[in-house]
Structure formats: structure tokens, C-alpha cells
Design a protein around this ligand. Sequence first.
Ligand code: C2E
Ligand code: CA
Ligand code: CA
Length: 848
Amino acid sequence: MEATFGNDSPRSHVVRQLILAFSGLLLLALVLGMVSLYRIAQGLDERELVQSRFHAESALVQLQKSERSYLWTHAAWQAAYDHLVVAVDPHWAFEEDNVGATLFTEDGYEGVFVLDDDGTHYAVVRGRLSDQGLEQYSASSGRILQQAREAVQRQQPASGYLVFAGQPALFTAAVIRPPTLPHHLPAPKTVLVFIRVLAPAVLGQLGQSVGLAEFAVTAGAQLPKGKGHLPLEASGHSLTWHIEQPGSALIRAVFGPLIVAVLIIVLIMALFARYAMRTSAGIDRSHRQLAASKQALEASEARFKAVAEAASDWIWETDAQQHLTYLSPRFAELTGHPAEHWLQKPVSELFDCETGHVETWLHGLGASEATGSLRCQYHDQAGQRRECRVAAKAIIEHTICKGFRGTCTDITDEVTAHARIQHLSQHDPLTGLPNRNKLFRFLEDAGKASQAVLMLDLDNFKPINDSLGHPTGDAVLIEVAARLGQVTRGTDLVARLGGDKFVLVLAGPGTREEVDRFCARVIEALRRPMAIDQHRVQVGGSLGVVLSADYPGTPSDLIRFADVALYGAKQAGKNTWRYFSPQMNTALLDKRVLEQELREGIPRGELRLHFQPRFKVDGVTIASAEALVRWHHPRLGLLAPDRFIPLAEESDLIVLLGNWVLHQACGLARAWPLDILVSVNMSPAQFSRSDGVRDVAEALRSTGLPAHRLELEITENVMLNDVEGALHTMNALKELGVRLNMDDFGTGYSSLGYLRTYPFDSIKIDKRFIQALGKRSSDRSVVQAIINLGNAMGMTVTAEGVETPEQLAMLREDQCHEVQGFLLSRPIENEAFVRLMANSHANAPKGA
Ligand code: C2E
Ligand code: CA
Ligand code: CA
């Protein structure tokens, strides 16, 4: 049976223990039962023995008593005294049969003797006169004489046992004397003795009289087994008899069937144990399966719960007239309103909707029987306006609308966080001015409308920043932003590109002269001295201008044209402006040259991959490494990806570059000492210009890297143009088994919506948010909101661009999952990264 128990699971173990314990208990009970049965039997037997001995004893006592009284009638007799003591008169005694043959024939006495100290005076043995004395038949004559003479003091005969002619026998003896003895005579001493041999007939009758069978007398020590016995004192014999042994009989009667029953029970138990173990093994198996699915369920429940808690729903119901009839308890908790206050009131009084009427919306649902959801607002008890999503469905009974039922989800926090993220994604955190994203959008939205795009670069800013420190530098930038705001109109746009570069876009710029006047005003405004802290500083500015009416182009074309013009302005001396013209020397910036060089450089092996590790938030454990491409340009030296990726994205060059990166990254990662993820940035352009899914599958196939070790970092731009197609692509990538990471989270247009729709495993908070950490508390709350959101969706959240220990500490506190940044490691060559892994592996605690 052991074999069945094979790999013992905890459950089987328990079942086995239970069965063992139960069997043990049963066995114990059986043993106890048998012991007490045996005890009872023993007790019964003992009682029987004691009782039978009592009966045997009383039989003997009775016999002796009757024998004594019978003898007494012969001994305490005047005639006997006269004829046997004074002088033995055989005639009287034997012939007249006063003490003669009938004592044998009638009464069964084997011997009758009259004796005195000098021996036997008269003897009748077996009914005949005998000249042999008692001394000849037995060695006990002296003892008998003595006992008889002692007994006469008590007016009694003596009795006892002896061996008579080799046979056990009972004697009765008494001194012969007249009933009244004259005083002058000496005390008589002659003794009359009757001997009754304890023959089988005598014993049989004796036994019968007390209901005992097999009465017998046995000599010596060997007493028959299983018989009662009583020693017959001084005779060397014992009386034995058969004892009924009811206990033993009981045991004999019970034992056989009991053994059979025990055997049957043991057999049943064994079968049951086997069955139980099998069943339990089966249960274990299904439990393991159950546990696995339970775990999966719990994971999804936890996810749901996190969402649900963040969502904080309550439930409502109305009648057909849309008057509230039910509000769940959460209503009062969340809104602060007592439910009674709202019951019977129209639901449209509770909810406002900016995009439609709640009443009409519900009415429509009643007709269509569909489920709908509407973004609404309500005011809580404190008067605070809350955002919510109301879901509803009509209650239809027999095709009649009886009312409506639905939920209300408070999404105020989500909306606020979304708005903040949205703002931050569109604005420069330092100056609050629009950033590159918003600038591009503004240019796109303007379409063909005439615009002037001015690229501004501060003069003299770097020395101020270097000598007076970053806080002063920041204050200067903020002041510049303020002054630019003063010289522009509400329809214009002022954006900061980073550093000391700004872009101004004038909507409807008018004539060139008007633009000239504007440029002069800007420079004048900038040159006004600034009082910052105790310092008086002065900056200036150079402007490059392009008029879209003269040189139409995409937003990035316009920015590049303005940049070229700015270069011209700087060359012409500072604090001035220049208009773009194609004749400006742009050799260095000529993208066509660079594009050609890149196309030839890739096969020549001019690209290199660096790896930047990503750590768990402990800052020690390496979780993955991101591949970042570099170009060793033969003429320009090491170029960062920002210099050539945008260029490559404008043509199919991005496919060539992207596939090189994929193969290189997967191939190198396969040889790493740690089984960690490798993250590869995939440009959205690669998806639109090639079958990205096929490219990834091919890279995995040719390098042999397991799909689960590859992570693709994709910016949300990939979703912008073709939402359906992008979703299809993402799902196909997930089917390959790779992980998807949403890169630069927070810089796109509507990150939250995308997060819900697409199958991302993780999100990477853009470094801009991280770098703002610790500067303003509102930024930290945005980072927290993103982390919470990631948690609620079950996604891993990474923070990139971690540069200071303070940032790391805050991220750790806010339970961000993973971190990346210069603080922990810059992007490094593969060889260096392999060394880093080897070290971290060696230092890692065992089993980590
Ligand atoms: P990304 O994907 O956001 O990569 C992170 C960039 O931030 C990298 O710049 C990295 O060097 C930099 N970085 C990392 N930690 C810090 C930090 O603590 N502080 C600061 N200030 N920066 C940090 P890199 O290598 O210049 O890459 C720039 C961008 O070029 C990448 O941004 C990515 O969008 C793109 N790129 C790089 N390699 C590839 C590639 O192989 N394929 C594609 N399609 N794009 C790539
Ligand atoms: Ca990235
Ligand atoms: Ca990034």
C-alpha cells in the first residue's frame, strides 16, 4: 500500500496519520475489550471456584457433623460403656449387633474400633469381627485417641481424615462414657472410632448433595488441572471436584467469533485506508489544480479590488419615473449625504452632466435595453464637486421598463491625476511654459495658417549659470519666461525646449516689418537687467526666424529652419535676429548627408550598443538592462541616438537600424551570466514601415534568446495614428511571449486611456517627472498617482532618470518597483555590464 502513498503530499500525510490514529484507537479498544473480557471471565471463574470450594467444604462439614452425631449416639451410651469399657463383651456388641455388622452393611463404615492406650480392644472391619487393631490399618490411631479425649471435654466427638488400609477415609471418634458419670469413678478413656472410607460412591453422593460433580480424592501433590481442591488435613490427600469455568467457557464462546470480527475489521480498515489515501491523493491533485487556479483568480481579484477600491463605487436604483428608490451603504460613506435625503428624488438632481441630460440618456437606455455609461458630476456633502462615471441599465419586466439600476464610480482622483499628468506632459516644469510636445501640437493644429516661428537662444546665460549657480540660473529662466509672456499675445505661443532655448510662435505674424519690430521688442525685454537675489544680472538673446508663408513644412521642418536661422544670427553677432534662407550654410545639419553616412555605417559596424541596467528599488538587484544605441561617426565622433534616430525614422533606415539593434541585443543577452531581461527600444516608425512582429520573431529565432527574456520599450506614439492596428500588433507581440513596456509614460497625449486598452506589462515613468521630484510636492503626487495606477493595473512601474539619492529614497518610499538612472549606473559597454553582473552575482546573497 505504501507504493500508493508515493510522493506524500501534506494532505495524504494527514489522511494517513488519521487512519493510523483511528486504527490504533480501534486496536486499543479491542485490546481493552479483550482484557476486560478476560478479567470478567477470570472473575467468573474465580467466583465459581470460591463458591464450589465453599460448597465442597460445607459438604464435608455436613458429613463430619452428621457422622459425629451418629457416633455420639453410640459413644455416649450407658450400655456401650458397660459392655465395651468396663469389659469388652463381644456378644453384646457383635452378636447382638449393638456395635456390629450393620454398621457396615447399613451405614457403610469400613471399620469400627474400640481402643485404649494399650491398643485395640474390639474391631469390626467391613462387617466382620477382626483381631487386627486400628494400628494395623492406619498410622493415626495415637492421634485419634488424643483428639477424641480432647473433644470429650467439649462434650463432642472428634473427626478428621486418615489413610485407612491405604485408602483415604473419614474417622469419627469419641470417648465411650455413660450419659452421667458417678463422681467416684475415674474419667473414662476408651475411645470408639468409626471409619468411613471415602470411596467413589460416598463421594459421588456427597458431591450431588451440594451440586458438584466429579467429587474425588487424590493423593499427593499432583492435583488435576482445572479442578477445585480441598486438602483433607493430615491425610496427605485432597478432595477434588470439577468446577464449571463459566469465564473460560465465555471466552471460548466469544473468542472465536471475536477473532473473526477483528480480522474483518482490520481488512475493512485496510481497504478503507487504501481508498482514503487514493481519494486524498486525488483530492490533492485537484487541490493543487484548484490552488493554481485559485491563485490566478486571487491575482485577478486583487487587481479588481485595487481598481474597485480606487474606483469606490456605489449602487443606485430608480423607479420608472427615475426617482431614486435605493442607494447602497457606500453612498453615504463616499458622498457624506444621508441616503434618506436623496430617496424619492429624481436621479437627474443628483447627477449633472456637461455633455448631455441624465434623464434623456436613461430614457434611451430604457428603450434599447443596453448598458451605458456617462461621465457626470455631483456635489458631496461638503459642497465639493466630484467627477464620476455612472453606469446604468434598465430594469425590464415583461418588456416593461420598471426602472433603472446602476453604479457610480468616483473618478475625481483619476481625473485630477490625469489632468496633472496631461499638464506636465505638455509643459516645462521649471517655467510652466509649454514644452516641445505642446509646441509640436500647436504647430500641427495651425495647419496651413500663416505663422512665424522664432527660435530664441539666450546670450550670456551659461556664464551666469556657471558662476552664480543653478538656483540663480533657474530664476533667470523663470524671469525670461515672464518677460516673453509680456511681449506676446494670447494667441501666440511661448515654449521652452530645454536649457536656454525657447521657441515663440506668432499666429498671423503680419508683414516682415511687424516681425522685425517684434524681434526688437523681445531682445529689448531680455536685455533689461534683472535683480535676482542680491545679484544684478543681464542676459540677451539671438533669434532665428522662419515664416511658414515663405517656407512651409512639418513642425519639425519649421523648428529646424528656425534653428538654422538662429545659427546665422549668432554668427552675425549677438542680440540680433536672422530669417531662414536655404542658402545658409547647413552642411553640418544636412540630414541627407548624415542619412547616407548612417546607411553605409551600419553594415560597416559603426553602431555600438551600450547597456544601462535597471534595478529593483533596493538599488542593488539587477532586473534588466536597456540597450541604447551609439554611433561611432568617423568624422563627428560618438553620436547620441537623439542625433540620428529621428533622421532614421524619416525613412526605412529605421528598419535597418532597429533590426540591427534587435539582433545585437538578443545575441549579447543570450551570453549574459544572469537570466535577466533585455529591453530594446522599438521606434513607432519601425512598426509602420515594416512587420515589426515578424522582425522580433526573427531576431529571437536567429539568436535563440527565449522570448520571455526580451522586453520591448514602446512609446505611446505608436498608438497615435492607428489605434486598431497598434492593438493588433501588441497582441501579436504578446503572443510571441515578449514583454511590453510603455516608455516615456506621461509625455504622450492620453496615457491613461492607452494603458487600459493595450496589453502592457510595465510602464516607465518619464525621467522628466523623476527629475522634478523633490522640487514641488505636486510632482511627487503625480509620480505617486502613476505608481498607484500601475499597481491597480498589475503592472511593473519603473522610474528612469534617477540621479540623486533623494529621488531614489522617495521612489522607494512610494513603492515604485524598479529604478534606472545615472545614480545607479550610466549606460555602459557590454563587457563592462557583464563584469557588473558577475560582481553583483558574486555579492548577491545565496538564492537571490
Ligand atoms: P529613452 O528610451 O528614454 O532612454 C533613456 C535615455 O535617458 C538614454 O539616453 C539614457 O542615456 C538617458 N538616461 C539614463 N539615465 C539618465 C539619468 O539619470 N539622467 C539623464 N539625464 N538621462 C539619463 P540616450 O542613450 O541618449 O537615448 C535617448 C533616446 O534615444 C532613448 O530615450 C530612446 O528613445 C532612443 N534610443 C536609444 N537607443 C535606441 C534604439 O536602439 N532604438 C530606438 N528606436 N531608439 C533608441
Ligand atoms: Ca527607453
Ligand atoms: Ca524614456
